[in-house]
Design a binder for this molecule. Structure first.
Ligand code: AGP
Length: 613
């Protein structure tokens, strides 16, 4: 997860930025850099690896000045290296930029800028931003207007921070979509910009949080905030509690709410360093998947517990559809008692946020005992599920504090999609065009997620309507059937309301007897291959007097004409739709529990990691 720190004031910028980046280290990164204005020149120091490597470089080659920006980077485009580390400087050497997120249209931008004679010095999408700013400066615009034009031109979910040696009285920053936060800190004749509160908490408690599609001009005496379109904004100044836990929540009431919104950045980060958009290739080096092994595997067991198991159910569809390898989901607590049929051609894929869930670890051991190759998708670095596997994929979402799993549900959906593409590619069952299309779709995810989360107010309205219900049915089909299970689990575990996820097609074989005006039904009805089936499901529920709320794709008037409530989501490629359809359900469970005044982050009877059988 990338970190950003900027400073403008009267003190030496380097230690303030460096120490701020250290407080963001928990988020994970693979390179770091800092740019400071020294004697009217922009000096940059960048190093691959840990922050200490940058610290050593700064010892050997210090920079002094009172205006600067720094960055810790998870590689998304271009390998982790000093060359690809941020900050990135343009041709003139007078402008420097750092970014969190993915510039979705960077390929087109690179072509446009290369045609103007720009020679790119890195493989990153971020470098296109600084060259675009210089392009607009060259047309006669000042820094703020050149930055605004640039922010309007790039597409995707991004946080951008930039400065210029020619206008050393300001830092310009913007939040485009929801790729993580921009915090502006107010000091005494000094100002701070950061991607998260902990980076600047030792200097100030007075902060402003930028909203999506807002930009700010930060001088040493304050900040002016506008929309990207130029309308002035008067943001609320928050006073952050000194206590780091409260600070960690930032502007959110609960960690769960923060982590739901963090998914744009978490989804960007789980892609980090693994997708070569230009060649349409996936890189999962820690999985240790060789062509020989990929060709040998003829069965995959996916094993996990709770929410992670529902992520595995989506993964089953992805692996079978893309890699054409039979996949079966067996929950951790059943796996080792089910005498699974395993040999050296079997893979066991475990999914676990904590990496310490006893049932899941036991399933891995059973797979190993029977000769399977054992993989894991894990969030907690260094956990057992990561250590004992033959190969693993780190979710890279940063710590998940809320007991109810959110970003550690959506990240493994992306990780399994990438695994399926890599497996198919190595098995030679994926033609070049299809592979490129599947890889290219990954670029859409952060922005689609951000646009969905921006609709939180609509979900909150439905939460008020449902806050006193006694039960709820969640129905889905195909790749979105596991989202019905996951949505029901979210509601159960934090609001204590009974909810049941059920295959929509199965309702007529009994459970439809449950439906009446007291039993609301939540239908997953996005534009996917099962959409028509879900339409008839909504009709069946309505015919029995049920109140129906539907998750539907923007513009789906047919669903709108039938359902009592619609939670709209943007259109997404169907294999990635579960990443988007689950978001309103996470928010719905969250708001119902919050309205009911329950302990959202630590629900009764639950632990974040179930390390016992
Ligand atoms: C989900 O919200 C719950 N916290 C629970 O189902 C959880 O997913 C399950 O216990 C598995 O935990 P793990 O991912 O850490 O293995």
């Amino acid at each position: 997860m990338c970190g950003i720190v900027g400073y403008i004031g009267g003190r030496d910028a380097t230690p303030i930025i460096y120490n701020g980046l250290k407080r963001l280290e928990y988020r994970g990164y693979d390179s770091a850099g800092i740019a400071v204005l020294q004697n009217e020149q922009i000096e940059v120091r960048r190093e691959a690896g840990k922050l200490s490597a940058l610290g050593n470089l700064l010892q050997k080659s210090p920079i002094e000045g009172s205006l600067g920006i720094g960055h810790t980077r998870w590689a998304t485009h271009g390998a982790p290296s000093a060359r690809n580390a941020h900050p990135h400087v343009g041709r003139t050497g007078r402008v420097v930029v750092v970014q969190n997120g993915i510039v979705e249209n960077f390929l087109e931008l690179r072509d446009e800028l290369s045609a103007e004679g720009v020679e790119f010095k890195s493989d990153t999408d971020t470098e296109t931003i600084v060259h675009l700013v210089e392009h607009y400066l060259a047309s006669g615009l000042n820094l703020v207007e050149a930055a605004r034009k640039t922010f309007q031109h790039i597409q995707g979910a991004n946080v951008v921070v930039l400065m210029s040696a020619d206008e050393p009285d300001k830092i310009v920053t913007a939040r485009i979509g929801n790729a993580g936060g921009v915090v502006i800190g107010f000091g005494e004749e000094e100002m701070f910009v950061a991607s998260d509160v902990p980076a600047i908490l030792e200097h100030t408690r007075r902060v402003v949080f930028l909203e999506s599609r807002q930009m700010a001009v930060v001088t040493r005496n304050g900040a002016s905030v506008e929309t990207l379109e130029g309308s002035r904004v008067q943001p609320e100044v928050h006073v952050v509690a000194w206590d780091p836990v409260a600070a960690e929540k930032g502007a959110y009431r609960h960690f769960m709410q923060k982590e739901i919104h963090e998914q744009v950045r978490a989804l960007t980060d789980t892609l980090a360093g693994r997708v070569d958009f230009e060649r349409g290739k996936i890189r999962l080096p820690d999985l240790n998947l060789t062509p020989e092994l990929a060709k040998r595997i003829d069965k995959i067991y996916i094993t996990a517990c709770g929410t992670a198991a529902y992520a595995g159910m989506v993964g089953k569809t992805l692996i079978e559809k893309i890699a054409r390898v039979p996949a079966e989901v067996v929950i951790g607590s059943e796996f080792r008692y089910s005498d699974p049929i395993i040999d050296e051609r079997t893979a066991v894929l475990a999914i676990s946020q904590s990496g310490e869930t006893a049932d899941t670890l036991a399933a891995m051991e059973e797979g190993r005992r029977k000769g399977a190759v054992v993989w894991s998708i894990v969030n907690a670095i260094g956990s057992q599920a990561m250590r004992i596997a033959d190969g693993s994929i780190s979710m890279q979402t940063g710590p998940e504090i809320g007991v109810a799993s959110t970003k550690a549900f959506t990240a493994p959906l992306v990780d399994q999609y990438m695994l399926a593409i890599l497996l198919a590619d190595l098995r030679g069952v994926l033609d070049e065009k299809t592979r490129h299309a599947l890889v290219s779709d990954l670029r859409l995810i952060p922005d689609l997620a951000g646009r969905t989360l921006e609709r939180e107010a609509d979900v909150e309205k439905l939460a008020y309507a449902l806050k006193d219900i006694k039960g709820c049915l969640y129905l889905g089909r195909g790749i979105n059937m596991p989202i019905a299970y996951e949505g029901a689990l979210k509601l159960k575990e934090i609001s204590y309301i009974h909810a049941e996820g059920y295959p929509a097609g199965e309702m007529k074989h009994g459970p439809i007897a449950l439906i009446d005006e007291e039993m609301p039904v939540l239908c997953l009805a996005p534009k996917d291959p099962w959409h028509e089936k879900m339409i008839s499901q909504i009709q069946q529920a309505k015919a029995r007097g049920g109140m129906v709320a539907a998750v539907a794709t923007d513009g789906d008037e047919l669903v709108a004409s039938m359902a009592d409530h619609v939670l709209w989501v943007p259109e997404a490629p169907w294999m990635l739709s579960p990443i988007i359809t689950v978001l309103p359900l996470q928010l719905l469970a969250y708001h119902i529990a919050a309205i009911r005044g329950l302990d959202v982050d630590q629900p009764r009877n639950l632990a974040k990691s179930v390390t016992v059988e």
